[in-house]
Write a protein that binds this ligand. Structure first.
Ligand code: FAD
Length: 408
């Protein structure tokens, strides 16, 4: 590590792993890997992430919280900067039946917790500092393939890294430069998100209303209030974004059928264009994609970051096990196993998510959907698999590294 700190990286296969991307997945991946191997971040133009500019509130599953807790992050955030939730309620606008998926369906505990991006990123950054992960200033164009991995040249430095992990988000330039093909579907929709203050708190429950304009997610916020994520066709989003906050408040009141009483919107909402995007390969040689750089999903179920955290946990776990057994010589096998496991798991998840989205938002002239929801509402056994997915339990076996940490 001494030579690393001096800015010179030894030209051996055991040099530091390079992670590119300042978002939550890149930061978590770097921290998890640094427990087993030297890690270096490569970034451009700015020192670390700019958390204050991200208006998103993340709903993190219990499995994501467990991953964060491996680094003591959940304990640091909770309770002031995390709001736990133990149920998820779904209904169709103006339909009477409501479906509640509760942690009690799977024996209690919590389903997850919400946390602002602006609170999560600084804590991840502080773990980066304590892990001694240094940051190299570098543009993606300065990173080139080399005989023994990747070489970064520029700014008077040269470094060689045996493995490059890319967490640049949906518009990843390194993924594009490597020519990894993408399957893209433009939804023609935007997710409008903001923060509001309701007259009545709705408890520790996430709510999702399928309105005629698109699904509206209402998430309890740490410290009080609600965050909303409303996906809607682009023309409607463009039109509505010109409205005043009080008009937005009235729209949310109407869409949530007065459940929260009067609503106030202290600030104007933000819009994110929506697309589904899947990389056909996550790994090529000593190059691996994680998080949104590998897959972008519709935010109606609040699962994009949870999938990215699973990528980080599985990749770090596979590489750590390989390093313990045989050293970096068998990294290629570990990377291929990561590619196989995560790509197929994410594709299955995505297919399920799309089927659910279409089932809940489509028309229901024969009333079958209402009947299916009523059957689910009556039978806990049928709800269990859905609750397990929401809590991320199905993915636990993929994270075999170490003893699982229980968050309460
Ligand atoms: C409205 C909305 C609500 C959402 N809610 C949820 C939710 O409740 N739960 C959930 O699980 N998911 C949610 N998601 C999805 C979630 O936001 C993403 O899946 C998640 O942010 C992906 O993280 P990431 O680190 O992979 O990518 P990003 O968050 O896109 O981060 C990548 C970062 O890397 C930076 N970068 C790019 N290139 C470089 C470079 N060369 N050097 C340095 N930095 C670089 C980018 O500027 C960016 O800051 C939501 C999405 C939206 C749009």
């Amino acid at each position: 590590m001494e030579s690393l700190k001096a800015g010179k990286i030894p030209r051996t296969a055991t040099g530091p792993i390079a992670v590119v991307g300042d978002g939550p997945v890149g930061l978590l991946t770097a921290c998890l890997l640094a427990r087993h191997h030297p890690v270096c971040r490569i970034g451009e133009g700015r020192e670390g992430a700019r958390p204050g500019t991200d208006p998103r509130l993340y709903a993190l599953s219990a499995t994501s919280l467990n991953l964060l807790e491996r680094l003591g992050i959940y304990s640091e955030l909770a309770p002031a900067r995390c709001r736990v939730f133990s149920a998820l309620e779904i209904w169709i606008h103006r339909h009477r039946s409501r479906l509640r998926f509760s942690a009690e369906d799977i024996g209690g505990g919590l389903l997850g917790a919400t946390v602002w991006a602006r609170d999560l990123l600084p804590v991840l950054e502080s773990r980066i500092q304590t892990a001694g992960i240094i940051r190299w200033e570098g543009h993606p164009d300065q990173i080139e393939r080399a005989e023994d991995g990747w070489r970064l040249t520029g700014n008077g430095k040269e470094g060689v890294f045996p493995l490059l992990i890319v967490a640049e988000g949906g518009n990843s330039r390194l993924r594009e430069r490597e020519g990894i093909p993408l399957d893209i579907h433009d939804y023609g929709e935007s997710a409008v998100t903001g923060w509001c203050v309701p007259e009545r708190e709705g408890g520790d429950v996430l709510r999702q209303v399928f309105t005629p304009w698109g699904p509206l997610g209402l998430l309890p916020v740490p410290g009080g209030g609600l965050s909303f994520v409303w996906s809607m066709p682009n023309p409607i989003a463009r039109n509505w974004l010109m409205r005043k906050p009080e008009e937005w408040a009235a729209l949310i009141e109407e869409a949530s059928e007065g459940f929260y009483g009067r609503i106030q919107l202290p600030e104007a909402p933000h819009a994110f264009p929506l697309r589904r995007q899947v990389a056909r390969r996550y790994v090529t040689g000593r190059f691996a994609l994680v998080g949104d750089a590998a897959h972008v999903v519709h935010p109606f179920a609040g699962q994009g970051l949870n999938l990215g955290f699973l990528d980080a946990g599985v990749l770090a776990g596979r590489l750590a096990r390989t390093l313990c057994r045989s050293g970096p010589v068998s990294w290629d096998a570990a990377l291929l196993a990561y590619d196989r496991n995560r790509r197929s798991a994410n594709l299955r998840f995505l297919a399920g998510l799309e089927a659910l989205r279409l089932f809940l938002r489509g028309r229901d002239p024969l009333g079958w959907r209402d009947q299916a929801l009523a059957v689910l509402a009556r039978h806990r056994l049928l709800r269990r698999p859905w609750v397990a997915v929401a809590a991320g339990h199905g993915s636990r076996r993929l994270l075999r590294e170490g003893t699982p940490v229980r968050v309460a």
